[in-house]
Design a protein. Structure first.
Length: 577
């Protein structure tokens, strides 16, 4: 190992961190310091709590209980780790190796630094101290034999992080081909969502139908039998070798923990070695990710470039009823751009799948019967949830344009029509999500037609309210979104605080939509005529008021956009490293 190079690389990483903090401003540096201090505090609290648990809570328990605690800790770590992996699927490198390939430096050292820095996540900061504290507490309570839990648990963490880094590198190699990039992101997102929602689907949908079809089989399956079956399959799942080794150590058996630690380290080394080789091949251009399009001779001769371009631009030539032509063109172009962006497709696809899974669980689950008065509130809550999935798009409508925002600034289009087009681009997704959830609620609780129409008007009001608030936030607090992910670049501290405050106040901003259902409930409680559709009438009035508010705010917000477009351009077009 070359210590001089390692020291230089560490200094380079520290300078990059200082530059990022300086660009984010003084408030951003303070917020980053507070977050770091909070993470250290959480790690210390996790260590102390786990130490006390192992020292006092597990001092006089059977080995099976110790195994259960370690299994729970491992499953919790895997759960939070998968959430973080889903949020950032691609390669995350602190130092770009491609910029140092021409230098006579050891790439292995930089690779190890990138590997360590990329895994300084919340799950590591919280769970690794908790694992160490629990192991130390068990050592004090049960004897020095439990010290083998420390290398065993750390080997599990090393194994997971090494293969995660390998997975990110493999995905980066696959997504180097633009044609394959979108498919890979969609498949990975679908796989993670289905794995995370698998127990929900099994217990609330599939297993429910089996219990109704075979009631005797459901009665014969005892929880103890299921528990011992789960214990038996732990040895075939490498991350759960920690719980197997903990049970063996509590019973005085050393070999399960020893073999588990060696096996975990071996699997981790294999994954890290594979990740390093893949990284070197990737930066050497040896991935072969390009594909050649095959065109049949007859088709190539018959189709002219003009005909192909006309066929591809047919979507952008559509006319939207009652929408000015510039706003309609911008809405169609923005919608097409969002559909082509892999990060947006990933977010929308995951939201769509979660919508279907939650709706199916609600539709087939046998829960307690809700009172009739609560059904309108539930229907309204579903459309609020559908709009909540689009908050990041409404609140940052220019961040996804990046360099394309310069075209909007140079165009002679009225700025209020620019805002109108941006809002219309997000409306189809919100309407689709809302109608799907609303349809499932209507089927499950037999929602009356007039109530269903009332909620549709509420959805329209929600989209217009979100459009007004989103226009204001997009103009005042813009931020650039990194290409290929939904992760924002380094935001100024004030902008970060404003965005966090607005996300926290989103439920409060949506409260007026629950007003019609609440007024109908009060109407019924007062004994007034039940034939009057209070919810429907007030929902129509609310939608009308929201439409007037939206239309009246377009002009002043358009003028505000015209005054601040230079500032927005400097934010969304500058890439921060």
């Amino acid at each position: 190992m070359n210590w001089d190079q390692l020291q230089t690389i560490s200094w380079l990483r520290w300078r990059l961190l200082c530059n990022q903090s300086r660009r984010s401003g003084g408030l951003g540096a303070v917020i980053a310091a507070l977050i770091a201090a909070g993470a250290v505090g959480l790690g210390g609290a996790a260590f102390t709590g786990a130490l006390l648990l192992g020292l006092f809570g597990l001092a006089h328990v059977p080995p099976l209980a110790i195994m259960g605690v370690w299994a729970g800790v491992t499953i919790g770590f895997l759960f939070f780790w998968m959430i973080g992996l889903l949020a950032e699927l691609q390669r995350s490198e602190a130092i770009d190796l491609q910029r140092l390939m021409h230098l006579p430096v050891a790439l292995g050292q930089m690779f190890v630094i990138n590997y360590i820095v990329s895994h300084l996540t919340a799950s590591i900061v919280i769970f690794v101290p908790a694992i160490l504290g629990l192991a130390i507490g068990l050592v004090i309570a049960h004897g020095p034999l439990m010290a083998l839990l420390i290398p065993l648990a750390l080997s599990m963490v090393f194994m997971i992080t090494a293969w995660t880094y390998c997975l990110r590198g493999w995905l980066a190699t696959l997504m180097s081909n633009p044609r394959r990039r979108r498919t890979v992101i969609m498949v990975i997102t679908l796989a993670f969502v289905l794995v995370g929602q698998g127990p929900n689907l099994y217990f609330n949908v599939l297993n429910r139908q089996d219990r109704h079809a075979h009631p005797q089989a459901g009665q014969n399956a005892h929880p103890e039998q299921i528990f011992y079956r789960l214990i038996a399959i732990q040895g075939f799942f490498p991350p759960l070798w920690v719980s197997v080794g903990a049970q063996g150590l509590a019973e005085g058996r050393v070999w399960p923990a020893l073999f588990g630690a060696l096996g975990g380290c071996g699997i981790g080394v294999l994954g890290l070695r594979r990740a390093y080789r893949g990284t070197v091949r990737f930066y050497h251009g040896e991935t072969g990710g390009r594909t050649v399009a095959r065109v049949k001779p007859g088709i190539a001769a018959s189709q002219s470039p003009a005909a192909t371009a006309k066929g591809r631009s047919g979507f952008l030539e559509l006319c939207l009823p009652a929408v000015p032509e510039p706003a309609a063109a911008l809405a169609l172009a923005t919608f097409r751009s969002l559909l082509r962006a892999p990060e947006v497709k990933m977010a929308w696809a995951s939201s769509f799948i979660v919508t279907l899974i939650v709706g199916a669980s609600l539709l087939f689950r046998s829960g307690p019967n809700l009172p009739e008065a609560a059904i309108p509130f539930l229907a309204t809550g579903t459309v609020v949830f559908s709009v909540f999935l689009l908050v990041q798009f409404f609140a940052n409508q220019f961040g996804f344009d990046r360099d394309g925002f310069r075209t909007l600034m140079l165009s002679p289009v009225d700025r209020r029509l620019v805002l109108l087009g941006k809002n219309l681009a997000c409306a189809p997704i919100g309407v689709t999500f809302g109608l799907i959830l609303l349809g499932l609620i209507a089927l499950r609780f037999h929602l009356p037609t007039i109530e269903l129409v009332a909620v549709v008007f509420q959805l329209a009001a929600l989209l217009m309210i979100a459009g007004v608030a989103g226009n204001l936030l997009s103009i005042l607090v813009p931020y650039r979104v990194q290409s290929g992910s939904l992760k924002p670049t380094k935001m100024p501290g004030l902008a970060m605080l404003v965005m966090m405050f607005c996300h926290l106040l989103f439920p409060l901003a949506m409260m007026p939509v629950f007003g019609p259902a609440l007024m109908e409930l009060v109407w019924r409680q007062l004994g007034l005529p039940a034939a009057v559709p209070v919810n429907f009438i007030l929902s129509v009035l609310l939608a009308a008021l929201a439409a007037v508010l939206y239309w009246q705010t377009l002009a002043p917000l358009g003028r505000l956009l015209h005054r601040r477009e230079t500032k927005i351009l400097s934010v969304v077009t500058v890439e921060v490293e």
